[in-house]
Design a protein around this ligand. Structure first.
Ligand code: PLP
Length: 406
């Protein structure tokens, strides 16, 4: 049976000519101070068991889907709000993907999930559930729902601290398969991890080690990242003039269009599906300071919360940071993506959003696609860099309100 193509809504920014971000969106540098102390107990716990290494989380997800039976005859249930790399591996297996709706805080909507499954003609083999932005969710009812229907539960821990040695509190307790992306938490060149609870009838695909050239490139990437020039305090003073110049020009809007696709995106490389993570990445991840990673991420997240509390036309998606959460990014809902997103990008602020997304009936996903910004809060941000990020966001949001009120 041919695969139903998915229709995507894609924002194409190529006409906008956005500059390279002035601050890295992911950690960089080498913070190898080993300081595992008692405060770690609150946020993480040691992990026992076996896992396999991949170069990215998407390939770990791909192996989980394959072993769960996702393919030409077995569909995948995935969250409506997603990054394309969460669906790519299923499309690479020739599988159909059904998108289930989410509530405003990005929890799966169980009632609508039931309705979706009852309409499906294909047998559903796996469900992907994500702890978005590191905020660990209680998936116990969802796991039960899967168990009753014989659907494999794939727990997406890509936004949580979950790797060889440790797991963030609460993460990884539900999945038959648990996939993570440790390179999002540590300054390594790559890193994806798959942890399997139960063996399935599908044999494990062996991974191949990366070649020495790739190892050397990975090490160079880390060293280059550590040497990149840092922003300094004086850069804040320039923001006002830069923003005024931008506000005087007509913004280049970019293209936002629908595209049909039945194959995976170019971000999924089939040749890399069975390549193991670089040895240097694994070493770096295992020798990075967890205390620094956790404490600085939490402090930067709180800094964002304080900063946005008095700002117009925006709200933090998660306005509380529980003690055990190690945040991946700071998700911020903005009312006016235009001009705010455009100005932030032109100021070279490292802001992400999932503006390429398969279309679903979920109004939350549709709304968040352009309105939900992902702002960095990683441990490598210096105080000057955080001050610059906060200043840029504050100025942009205030200026956008003046423009709207005029
Ligand atoms: C929630 C989520 N899951 C899975 C992935 C895939 O992770 P990776 O980039 O390691 O392939 C991503 C990618 O950003 C993601 O955001």
């Amino acid at each position: 049976m041919p695969v139903m193509p998915l229709e995507y809504q894609v924002f194409d920014p190529s006409q906008c000519r956005f500059p390279r971000p002035r601050v890295p969106v992911l950690p960089r540098g080498l913070d190898l101070s080993k300081a595992d102390d008692a405060s770690l107990q609150q946020s993480i716990s040691p992990l026992t068991g076996v896992g396999s290494h991949y170069s990215r989380g998407r390939y770990a997800l791909g192996e989980a889907y394959r072993r769960a039976g996702v393919g030409c005859d077995g569909a995948l249930l995935a969250p409506s709000y997603h990054c394309v790399t969460m669906l790519d591996p299923a499309l690479a297996l020739g599988a159909e993907v059904l998108l289930y709706p989410l509530t405003a805080d990005l929890a799966p909507n169980l009632v609508e999930l039931d309705a979706l499954v009852s309409c499906s003609v294909k047998s559903i083999k796996a469900l992907l559930a994500t702890h978005f932005f590191g905020f660990v969710q209680d998936f116990s009812r969802l796991k039960q729902w899967c168990d009753v229907r014989g659907i494999a539960f794939v727990e997406d821990c890509s936004h949580t601290l979950f790797f060889d040695r440790y797991q963030a509190k609460g993460a990884g307790q539900y999945g038959e398969f648990i996939a993570s992306s440790p390179y999002k938490f540590f300054p390594s060149a790559d890193g994806g991890w798959l942890y399997t609870r139960n063996s399935t009838s599908h044999p494990v695909a062996e991974t191949q080690p990366a070649g020495w050239l790739a190892e050397l490139r990975g090490m160079k990437q880390c060293l280059d990242g550590a040497r990149q020039p840092r922003l300094v305090f004086g850069d804040i003073a320039n923001l006002d003039g830069q923003l005024s110049a931008l506000a005087d020009q007509a913004p280049q809007t970019g293209k936002d269009e629908r595209r049909l696709r039945s194959a995976h995106s170019s971000q999924y490389l089939s040749d890399s599906a069975c390549t193991a993570a670089l040895r240097s990445s694994r070493w770096l991840i295992n020798h990075s300071s967890l205390c620094v990673t956790i404490e600085r991420r939490q402090a930067n997240y709180r800094r964002w919360l304080e900063a946005v509390a008095g700002l117009p036309s925006c709200r933090a998606l998660y306005p509380e940071l529980p003690e055990h959460v190690v945040p991946y990014m700071f998700p911020l809902y903005i009312e006016h993506p235009m001009p705010c997103f455009y100005w932030l990008k032109q100021l070279a602020v490292p802001v992400w959003r999932w503006d390429e997304m398969a279309i679903s009936t979920c109004s939350v996903a549709q709304d968040y696609r352009l309105h939900l910004l992902h702002l960095p809060c990683h441990q490598s941000l210096s105080d000057d860099e955080m001050n610059w990020l906060v200043a840029a966001l504050s100025m942009v949001l205030r200026k956008s309100v003046v423009g709207v009120c005029r």
